[in-house]
Every structure is written in C-alpha cells, then in structure tokens.
Design a protein around this ligand. Structure first.
Ligand code: GLU
Length: 275
C-alpha cells in the first residue's frame, strides 16, 4: 500500500471549537494509526472571511493538544497560480464556462443559462464547471455509499467567483492532489460537496482519495458547532477532558486513567459503521 497522507484543513475564520477538534483528531489518528503523514492546510482562500492571526492561534491550539503535523503548513492564499492553471485546464477541456448570472438568478440548482455564452456582456463573470446527468458516488469509510446526480442535485457549479476568488471546491481538489493526500477525513457537513470534488478530480486527472466523514458535532439546539452558532473556543487547561470527549464522540474505546491519551488513540483507532 502507498503511504497514507491525511490532512486537517481549517478555515482560519476564528479559534478551533470542539467540532474542529473532533475533525482534527480523527484525521490525525487515522493517518498515524497507519504510519502515515498528517498535514495541515489553512483554507484561507475566502480572504474576506478570514480573521488576522486565527491561523497562528489554530496552530498553537493543535500544538497544545499534541497534534503535530508534518512539513510546512500550506496556505491557500499563496496558491492562486495553481488554481488558475487548473481553471485553464478545465477551459481547454471545454468543461468550464463564464456565467454572468447573479446568485439570485442562478438559484439553488443552476439551470445552465450561460452554457452557450455569458448573457450579459460587461458584467463580472463567474466560471462554472459543467456537470453531467449521471450518478457520481463514492464509498465513504463510515457513511457507506453516497451518490448524487450532479445535474439534478447541484447544477453546474462555480469554481471562480465573480469577485475573483477561487471557490473552495476547486481549491480543495487542487491542494489535496498537490499534497498527495490519500485520505480525506472531515465533518459530514461536507459529504454533499464530495461528488463535486470527484467530478473535478476526474476532469483534472487527479487520483481519488478515500473519504471518511465523521458525524457533525451539534449544540443543544441541534445546530452544527461553528462560528455562526457561536461555538466556544477550546479552553486552555482542559486538553485531557476535551480529548477524551472527542474520542468518545468518535466511538473510540474509553482510555484508562493515566495512559498517554494520544498514543492510546492511535493504538486503538478503529473505523466502523457510524463510527
Ligand atoms: N476548510 C473546510 C472547513 O473548515 C474544510 C475543508 C475540507 O476538509 O475539505 O470547513
């Protein structure tokens, strides 16, 4: 088997919360349990949403929890050339087209209005990737088979926004390929982004990583922990309890008191249905 390469790819929009710890710990343990490498990538492609200094705070928090990464941290804000090159390839393939529709005009599932050419000359255009009326699926290591018909469920999707920023969907695919990521482990809120990412991998000739989507952590109101739902930052001095809670959330066996938690987590790491 080729070497396992996992990654944690936070958006530096604020401090890590318990939900991010679960995703980080799962990808770390999953890679380390197979002797693999674990990378950290700052997904700061959507610069207006990023908060100055949040990247350093995230890295400090990972260190505080003992989650050590390999190599240099990749920053998406420095990757524009690679994304432009990928977009050029999509254009050459005839798989991408300019679109002048506003978000409102485009609606939930884009009907392909600009496929034959952007309708409104002179307006800033977004670039969309064509999708096909076929099922795109993959076997998630926890969730099982997941399938979407991209034409029916998503529509042609944006890879370069009209404001000039590359979209997450393109950036993540280009970077996972560039970093040789073999195993994507992340929250299940991204499950329905995966078929779009597979579409891009196939168009660009990239290998398809294995996927493991871990259940999303919610608050008492049933909302996903996030900056928007005001999830509290991971407090200092609670590392042991937080790690134990994250392992429990991930369905891992309870570690006896006094063991070195991360070593235990790697030794016992198991992935089963629903985790
Ligand atoms: N940057 C994304 C987030 O923080 C994660 C992307 C991924 O893991 O593919 O939600």
């Amino acid at each position: 088997m080729n070497e396992v390469v996992g990654r944690f790819a936070p958006s530096p929009t604020g401090p890590l919360h318990f939900g991010s710890l679960v995703a980080a710990l799962a990808s770390w343990a999953d890679a380390r349990a197979r002797g693999g490498r674990w990378l950290v990538r700052m997904e700061d492609v959507d610069e207006p949403r990023c908060v100055a200094g949040a990247d350093r705070e995230i890295l400090r928090t990972l260190e505080r929890f003992g989650l050590r990464w390999d190599g240099e941290v990749m920053y998406q804000s420095a990757r524009g050339a690679a994304y432009r090159e990928a977009l050029e390839r999509l254009k050459e393939l005839g798989a991408a087209y300019a679109c002048s529709c506003s978000r409102k005009e485009a609606g939930e599932v884009y009907a392909g209005t600009c496929r034959a050419g952007a309708r409104e000359a002179g307006k800033p255009v977004a670039w969309r990737v064509r999708v096909e009326d076929v099922e795109v699926g993959f076997d998630d290591r926890v969730c099982g088979r997941f399938t979407q018909n991209l034409a029916r469920d998503v529509g042609d999707f944006v890879v370069l926004r009209a404001d000039g920023l590359f979209a997450y969907q393109l950036a993540v695919v280009v970077d996972d390929a560039a970093q040789g990521v073999t195993d994507v482990v992340r929250g299940a809120d991204l499950l329905d982004s995966t078929p779009r990412q597979i579409r891009l991998q196939r168009l660009l000739g990239y290998p398809e990583p294995r996927y493991l989507h871990v259940p999303v952590v919610t608050n008492a109101a049933g909302e996903k922990l996030s900056k928007q739902t005001l999830a509290p930052a991971l407090a200092e001095g609670r590392e042991e309890e937080d790690l134990r809670a994250a392992l429990r959330f991930l369905g891992q066996p309870e570690a006896p008191r006094g063991v070195e938690l991360l070593r235990w987590a790697v030794e016992k790491w198991r992935v089963s249905d629903g985790l």
